[in-house]
Structure formats: structure tokens, C-alpha cells
Design a protein around this ligand. Sequence first.
Ligand SMILES: [Zn+2]
Length: 400
Amino acid sequence: MGGRMTRLLYEIDPYLSKFDATVVRVQGEWVILDRTAFFPGGGGQENDTGWMGGLDVKSVKPQGEEVLHQVPGNTFRIGDKVDCEIDWERRYDLMRGHTGEHLLFAMISKLNPEIELVKIAITPTKKSLMVRGAVDWPIIIQAQEQVNDSIAAQLPVSDVWASKDSEVIANIRIKVDRIHGEKVRIVSIGDLDKAACAGVHIQNTRELKMLLVTKLTSARPVGDYDIEFETGRQAMKKAMRLSNISLQAAELVKAQPEHLVNALTNLKSELQVAQEAMRSYGKQALARLEPEKMQGVRLYSGIFEGLDKKTLVDSANELVKGDRTVAIIVSRDERLMLIVATSKDLDLDSREILADGLKVVEGKGGGGKNFASGGASQPQKAKEALGAAKDGLRARLPPP
Ligand SMILES: [Zn+2]
């Protein structure tokens, strides 16, 4: 190898948070010590941060067999003794997350051995594993329950070193990217799971207190899934918050909480049926629109819901095919839409009538002389918009 080697104290004692060490080299901001408890990151777990000689350790990374600590503003010299401290709260959270990941994936792969582990992210803000294969909520829920049973069973987490070609490693989950040297560290959780991993772990599953899956989303490429989770107090708080939300939602739709997903699925399809009916009524009403007389022109006007823009635009254009005809159509859905069309023989500008209507709803729009349209965010003011546009038309027509 040739290079020097940092003694990795976190491999001997992952609970060591304070230590002293000797500076062996300084490369600008980066400090190399004879030994360190700072985990440089690996296996998806983010590196530690903390303090060295009273200065912030911003980042830590491996380089060959050494660990580099980023300590901005340091004036350390070779041979200096430095007191070091890891940001323990942050690190302990990452250790639990990491061990939780082992346990969760172990349970998922027991339920379906075809599911592969693709990527792991254990950071202060996100704990997740990306997997490839048929993952769905029923599997996740079952795995989560077994994980929490294992937490309650207080299983020991231990590790042993084995040489890369030893028989011991034949029967374990190998994560090739986690194996660097000739030797492999094998991390066992009770007799449930064995995995090759160089990361830092807790000693007993009880330290997790709880594991909660908080998100299951499909990821890229197609067939991959991102599973997010939380452990400990954060998991408990989130579980309580989510259970409260689902109780409220269940009450709102008058369903038992256990039947909430079914109830919402039913409501969703009822809504689709209702929207379809509304669209069909809207089309019929639009087709049966009767004109009113206004100062020598025929005016078609009305308020509609659930119709797409194309239907409305086509109808408005169709209505003004005759002479001396104006159409003012308002649609009221999530937004408000106003359409003004005028037959070509009239000395009227659709844009001006549109502007009159949109003024009262603070909308925006544009178009040409014979056709203009615009929208606004206040669908509840459809009547006002129609009234204002009609008033605008009246004012722009020659008096009777
Ligand atoms: Zn691990």
C-alpha cells in the first residue's frame, strides 16, 4: 500500500464520541490523524461532523487507508494532540437509521427474495432504501410489523471480520460496494440477518424503539421503488400525527378508519361519474342555448361547468356564424373562463367586451377582434363576470 493508515476507532467502539488523537498530516483544510472515531461515510450512510481542537469538523471522507477531516481555519501542525468530539445526536440517529435499514430490507427480502436492494440513503433528513422488484403496501406493512417485533425482541447486533473468500460469507447478503479491503465485516441481527457492511451500527434492536415506513414511491428506472422510513422518537411522533390525520379524514367521509382507503376510492369513482354527467348536461345546455335580443343583436350567453376548453371555444364560434350575433360564455370549474365571440359583420371588438367582464374578477386574457378569451382564479364570481361583459356589450352597441 505504501500510504499510512488511520486507526478506525468507530470499528472498535461505535459508541465512542470523544477521543484524542495526534495530527499526522495537514493538507490545507484537511487534517489526517493517527486515529479517529469520525465515520467518513459509506454504505449509504452520511459522514460524521463534529469538533476538533475547538474548531468545526465540517466533513469527513476516506482517502485510501486514511480518513480526512475538513477543519476550516485550522493551524494544526504535525505532532499536535487534538481533542475531538463527534456530533453524537446526529451520528446516533444515523446509526439507528443504518441498522433500521438492515432490518427493514431483511424482512422485505424474506417476504419476497426477488426484491433487490439498489441504493441506500441514511442522512439526517432522509432515511431510505431504493429497491427493485414488486413492492407494494401490503408487503411493506407486513415487513414493518416484523421489524417492530424484532425491535421488541431486543435482538443483539454484532459484527465479525471474515476474509473475503471465507465460507462464512457464502450465506450472507453481500453488498459488493461495501467491501473494500481483503477482509469483510459481517453484521448480524440476532439470527435474522447477516450482511456485509463496513458502516456503524447500534448494539441492540431495542435502541430503535420503533420503525415507521413513511413513504413508498415509484422511482426511476421503472420498477424501482423508494422506501422512506423513520426510527425512534421521530417515528413515534410521525405515527401519532398520521394516525390523527387519518381519524379526522375518516370522520369527514363518514367511514371507519380501517375502511378509509376503500371509502376514498369509492368517492373518487363517484366523483368521476358526477363529473361525466355534468359534462354531458353542460353540452346539452350549450346546444339548447336560446338567444336574447339586445339592441339589435342576438346574444347567446350562459354559465357552464365541467366542459373542456375546446368544446366551449368550438361552440362559441359555431353560435356566431349567423349575422348580428354575439356569444358570451362563462365556464366555472377550478378556475373561471370567459369567452367572447362576435359575428364578423358587427362593428364590435371582442377584446373590449372580454376586458369589461374580466375586470370584475381580476382576470387576464386576449385574442382578436371576433374572438377573445381569458381566465381568472375566482370561479365563484362567474355571475358577476357575465353581468359585466353583458353591460359592456350593451354600452358598446348603438342605442335602440
Ligand atoms: Zn450496515
